[in-house]
Design a binder for this molecule. Structure first.
Ligand SMILES: Cc1ncc(COP(=O)(O)O)c(C=O)c1O
Length: 421
């Protein structure tokens, strides 16, 4: 039971301190206990806790946040934004925008989605349908029809040419093949997390997303960037799309938008997508979608204060500097335990340590769970995804604290190794 938190630390009911090596659940970007966010929430609750954004009404913080986001997202080609409550709803909104976009463009048959294996996009039926984590989907099938999964750009688990150390971007070409096989006139959108977080921090080769972006453009397929984890500085740029040099058509955000102080989701679109809805009034330009709490003033106030901190403290830039520190520290663990660490990598403050028992005696996932449990006992919380231990600390973490966190990971691995012997 976690009862309080401050900076990069969380505390349990007995007062034990832990480094939050996972930012709770890939967020807590500005850290815990930030007075200015707390005050912004309290002041907004006092002035106007909530009123609907339906029926012609609006509230000042959500309007201000929309303007702020649009300014922030200009380099990424986004020009309009709609609010929801979390990442799943932001994805749901994006999927529905993509469907209606093609209807208003007179191409109603473009309704399918291309997604990737290991993708995580949320738990609602649409978002779940485009998930690539099979175990999450199975109990709820049949899901949305017309969803096609292609391989992830999983460099060291490459199924296309497993024996070659040189990437040929075969997985990018498979996106094109999937579009052509389905028929470009039936495909509405491709959806991708710039780095696949919950699938195991799958970091693509640098040019992969640019190649897929071009393929989508060539075949008139909308590109949805799911930035729920990668937005707001996580990779060392404001957004993952910017980090990889692409401009999507639609972008989803949540988590780091408020650093978790209050739930909030957002979906942004380019001018071209927005304007399509204005082109044909007879086909119903309205996007009939929204939630009771869309544009919640308290969430918007929290997000504005959160963005102030990210900007003022230059946390995306700090993350860019800390990225190599985390990567090198993790790679140091791999060098010292080459038989037990299959891969160590990080982009910005999103890292992975993939483990494998060289004796092959433990069932899949047991080593990862043991290391995470040892780390917890040593005072660092991380998230094991099978045998991949994932790192996503608050972006305020210092070089020295990164060293401390990774030293605990190494000690936890050493303990797990000896417990097996
Ligand atoms: C990339 C991505 N998209 C969407 C979601 C769903 O967000 P939420 O859990 O806020 O609904 C997540 C959650 O982890 C995510 O990682």
């Amino acid at each position: 039971m976690i009862t309080r938190a401050d900076g990069i630390y969380v505390y349990d009911g007995k007062g034990r301190q832990y480094i939050d090596g996972h930012g709770g659940l890939w967020l807590a970007n500005v850290g815990y206990g930030r007075r200015e966010i707390i005050d912004a929430i309290a002041q907004q609750a006092e002035a106007l806790a909530w009123f609907p954004s339906f029926g012609g009404f609006a509230n000042a913080p959500s309007m201000k946040l929309a303007e702020r986001l649009i300014e922030l997202l200009k380099p990424d080609g986004m020009a309009h934004v709609m609010f929801s409550n979390d990442g799943s709803e932001a994805v749901e909104t994006a999927l529905k925008i993509a469907r209606q976009y093609w209807k208003v463009k007179g191409q109603a048959n473009k309704h399918k989605y291309i997604t990737r294996r290991h993708a995580y996009h949320g738990v609602t039926m649409g978002a779940l349908s485009v998930q690539g984590v099979t175990a999450n989907r199975m109990e709820f099938e049949p899901l949305l029809p017309g969803v096609v999964h292609v391989p992830a750009p999983y460099t060291h688990h490459c199924t296309m040419h497993p024996d070659s150390p040189v990437c040929t971007f075969a997985c990018a070409r498979l996106v094109e093949e999937a579009i052509l096989t389905q028929g470009p006139d039936t495909v509405a959108a491709f959806i991708a997390e710039p780095v696949q977080a919950a699938g195991g921090v799958i970091i693509p080769p640098p040019d992969y997303l640019r190649q897929v972006r071009d393929i989508c453009r060539r075949h008139n397929v909308l590109f949805i960037a799911d930035e729920v984890v990668t937005g707001f500085g996580r990779l060392g740029s404001w957004f993952g799309s910017r980090h990889y040099g692409i401009q999507p058509d639609i972008m989803t955000m949540a988590k780091g938008i408020t650093s978790g102080y209050v739930p909030l989701g957002a979906t942004a679109v380019s001018d071209a997508v927005f304007e399509a809805f204005l082109e044909t009034p007879e086909s119903g330009p309205e996007f009939r979608h929204g939630n009771t709490y869309s544009g919640h003033p308290i969430a918007a106030a929290a997000a504005l204060a959160n963005i102030d901190i990210l900007e003022r403290e230059r946390l995306p830039e700090h993350t860019r500097e800390m990225g190599p520190v985390l990567r090198q520290a993790l790679q140091g663990v791999q060098e010292r335990h080459p038989d037990w660490v299959v891969d160590a990598n990080a982009v910005g403050l999103l890292g992975r340590l993939e483990l494998s028992d060289p004796g092959g005696k433990r069932p899949a996932g047991e080593l990862g769970a043991a290391v995470a449990q040892n780390m917890y006992e040593l005072g660092v919380i991380v998230r094991p995804l099978g045998d991949i231990v994932t790192f996503s600390p608050p972006l305020i973490i210092s070089e020295q604290q990164i060293g401390q966190m990774v030293a605990v990971a190494e000690e936890a691995l050493t303990l797990a190794k000896s417990s097996q012997a």
